[in-house]
Design a protein around this ligand. Structure first.
Ligand SMILES: *Cc1c(COP(=O)(O)O)cnc(C)c1O
Length: 479
């Protein structure tokens, strides 16, 4: 589509090295906003600018593909201060993605098949149940950069983390540590703790937790490299996030994997906040495994079926794993063999038959990603987040009368996805959050920060403009 403004000129320059493309794009995201403001002769901070950006956004139509919550429907709004029929300011897709309108249609089709076909639905109908996870896989592969056969869907995220750790965390008396970041998502730390204990080690000795330097808000890649070089021989597993849930940092998965492999460590990533947010190349980067959920940036509905990646390097290695009838090849599963005839790819990790409801919901959402492509979404995402950052710095932080924020997330667009983590300076995050809820702004709070993420498929530049406008009207003195 030649109408994609972000696709013009250097934006689509594909010149081999993935990081080079990203670098080119990130510089341009900033420049693009400034250039547009000059070209239209409207100030970047003006309402007109936001609206013109939306008018010129070739992906704007996608918002119509989603149910976008109205202010009046939200439980905590103060109805005397909002207009119930206005769209809410929903900047919370990092926590729970909005519902695609087609989800209902896909679910209805599955339910109709069940009504009409009974058990025949396993092999006939819209998404034959015996293979209902398969329609999700081609798009999933593209989103994470896996080859067909390397990506599967099953269970939920933490469950999958446990199942893949059974294979990939193989501690010995010399090499037993797990390296990961501080403020990892609690469920991941619980999984790590319990896996370590399961193997008879002491979490106190076996956990190697890396923090940002004093007075810094995210971890430097060089510090990861240093610790890997220093402690590598005692590390069994390196298990960082793809995008860190708390501070929004994108870890350099390619470099971490390369350096960790040089030290003989296994490398996995929890890409819960990366899948559907940033493009990845898990296969090319030689990542050993990854796990993710699908209800954040992938809009499948809370608790929906999760994704996992197993690098093809491991298809024939005889790693221990837990089996069930769904680990069999499709062709022999219903022969009810005494001995398993295991599928020698990621699908061999499945244990039980997949849920038709969950696969239908996921397939519905993924069909949007398939139509648009993660690269275009990501380019718009960079512009949205850059614009959000610009307004925070120039409309709030520069203005004595307004709230100001420390941005914990890296400034460099190559080191972040959609999310910015904001620490209010003058008031507590809780007071701010309560106030925002009353005004129909949907973000979330974690400890002392609020997390804000504009989503390229359903957020507009005007949403961000309005968010900043609300923040500007919050009178610090009355709070
Ligand atoms: C959202 C999230 C989870 C949630 O896990 P479930 O098992 O799907 O409930 C776990 N880890 C991370 C990093 C997450 O972002």
């Amino acid at each position: 589509m030649s109408t994609i403004p972000y696709e013009n000129g250097e934006y689509t320059e594909i010149n081999g090295a993935a990081d080079k493309i990203l670098l080119t794009k990130s510089k341009l995201a900033q420049n693009y906003l400034l250039e547009k403001s000059q070209e239209w002769n409207v100030e970047l901070k003006s309402e007109v600018f936001a609206k013109k950006m939306d008018l010129n956004d070739p992906l704007q139509y996608l918002r119509g593909e989603f149910y976008y919550p109205k202010m009046g429907g939200l439980p905590k709004v103060d109805k005397s201060r909002i207009n119930v029929n206005d769209d809410s300011i929903y900047l919370c897709g990092h926590s729970l993605g909005l519902q695609p309108k087609r989800t209902k249609k896909y679910l209805d089709l599955c339910l109709d098949d069940w009504a009409k076909l009974g058990v025949y639905g396993h092999y006939y109908g819209f998404m034959p149940w015996a293979k209902c996870d398969y329609p999700c896989l081609p798009t999933m592969c593209k989103l994470v950069g896996g080859q067909m056969g390397e990506v599967g869907v099953m269970n939920q995220l933490t469950t999958n983390l446990h199942f893949v750790m059974i294979s990939f965390y193989r501690p010995t008396s010399e090499r037993y540590k797990i390296l990961y970041e501080c403020q990892a998502f609690p469920s991941d730390s619980y999984a790590i703790n319990s896996q370590i204990e399961f193997h008879g080690f002491n979490p106190k000795d076996a956990k190697l937790i890396l923090s940002p330097r004093k007075d810094e808000t995210y971890i430097r890649t060089n510090d990861i490299i240093d610790i890997l070089k220093k402690e590598g021989k005692s590390i069994a597993l390196v298990l960082f996030s793809g995008v860190q849930y708390y501070n929004g940092q994108v870890f350099d998965m390619e470099t971490i994997t390369r350096v960790a492999h040089e030290q003989g460590c296994v490398v996995g990533f929890d890409i819960a906040h990366a899948a559907g947010n940033i493009p990845m190349k898990l296969h090319d980067w030689n990542v050993d495994f990854a796990v993710w959920c699908t209800y954040k940036y992938l809009n499948s509905g809370a608790g929906c079926i999760g994704g996992f990646f197993i690098h093809s390097n491991h298809f024939h290695s005889k790693l221990p794993k837990l089996d069930g009838w769904w680990s069999n090849r499709d062709s022999t599963r219903f022969q009810m063999l005494t001995d398993i005839d295991r599928e020698e790819n990621a699908n061999g990790y499945r244990i039980s038959n997949p849920s038709i409801h969950q696969c239908a919901a996921l397939a519905a959402s993924l069909s949007i990603f398939e139509e648009v492509g993660i690269d275009k979404l990501h380019e718009k995402s960079r512009l949205l987040t850059q614009y959000l950052q610009y307004l925070i710095e120039n409309e709030l932080n520069n203005n004595q009368k307004c709230l100001s924020f420390q941005i914990l997330t890296p400034n460099d667009p190559d080191q972040r996805g959609a999310q910015l983590s904001l620490k209010p300076v003058e008031i507590t995050a809780q007071i701010l959050f309560d106030e925002l809820e009353k005004r129909g702004v949907v973000v979330d709070i974690r400890h002392d920060i609020i997390r804000v993420a504009p989503i390229p498929s359903y957020n507009s530049f005007f949403d961000i403009y309005q968010f900043i406008s609300v923040l500007k009207t919050i009178d610090i003195s009355i709070l």
